[in-house]
Design a protein around this ligand. Structure first.
Ligand code: C5P
Length: 239
């Protein structure tokens, strides 16, 4: 497998073409941004953790029947993935109140919901990723009605699987963001990453934050939190 030219550089990842037109290589960086790029920094070792955690979780999801873009881990920071065109929707599932939900509705963080919520935002940096509902997504032709139904079904299934997994690690899955892509034949698959950058993960007993909120909110101990959450995953998978 030959790594060819870079075709995309995002805030936390680079994507490269390969000599197979249907496969791309994702390369994870240590760069961290928050608030739509207004806050910038680095989290030492984050790229390695996000790569390895994403892959461990994607493998688990595939086994449970969720199609993903994951093919093979190539190195500490590099992964071979199927080529997709990303559906420009950020899909957010929440089990507890936190972050923008708590702020928008004027409630405290940590309220446990009776059932998980789903929301979409339009993946568009210039507009600041505005919230939208499925009717807006259809009006903007971001996805078809059938694709939106598939995405919702997968997103809730991912939540069931990951919530149960993190519970076994002594961790509460508070909320997370997913992105989906279309393979060349149009099949919808889970893409992007699942990491402490894209999930809120709290210690079950202390509610200590083991995710990017430590960076966003200047709580300190950012690297230690990423290392701790990765250790929980590895300890679980070693059992
Ligand atoms: O900020 P908010 O509360 O809406 O974030 C909900 C979840 O989605 C959090 O776990 C956050 O890490 C994730 N998220 C993300 N990328 C964004 C927005 C939110 O990974 N652009």
């Amino acid at each position: 497998m030959q790594k060819l030219e870079q075709i995309y550089e995002g805030k936390a990842k680079k994507v490269f073409r390969t000599d197979d037109p249907e496969l791309y290589i994702v390369d994870y960086k240590d760069d961290a941004t928050a608030f739509n790029g207004l806050k910038k920094g680095t989290i030492a070792g984050k790229g390695v953790i996000n790569n390895q955690m994403t892959n461990a979780l994607m493998r688990r999801l595939e086994k449970a029947g969720i199609p993903t873009h994951f093919v093979k881990e190539l190195s500490e920071r590099e992964t071979l993935v199927k080529r997709v065109s990303i559906v420009p929707l950020e899909v957010i599932i929440r089990n507890l109140s936190a972050g923008s939900f708590a702020k928008r509705y004027g409630v405290e963080e940590g309220i446990v919901f009776d059932a998980p919520t789903i929301e979409f935002s339009y993946k568009n940096d210039e507009l600041g990723d505005p919230l939208l509902n499925s009717y807006h997504a259809l009006a903007l032709k971001l996805a078809t009605a059938e694709e939106i139904e598939t995405i919702k079904k997968y997103a809730f299934a991912v939540n069931d699987i990951l919530k149960a997994f993190w519970k076994e690690c002594g961790v509460i899955l508070v909320d997370f963001k997913l992105e989906f892509g279309r393979l060349t034949d149009g099949t919808i698959v889970l893409a992007d990453e699942i990491s402490p950058d894209t999930c809120r993960l709290w210690d079950e007993k202390t509610h200590e934050k083991l995710d990017k909120d430590r960076f966003r909110r200047d709580l300190g101990g950012v690297e230690d939190a990423y290392a701790e959450i990765m250790k929980r995953l590895l300890d679980h998978d070693a059992e």
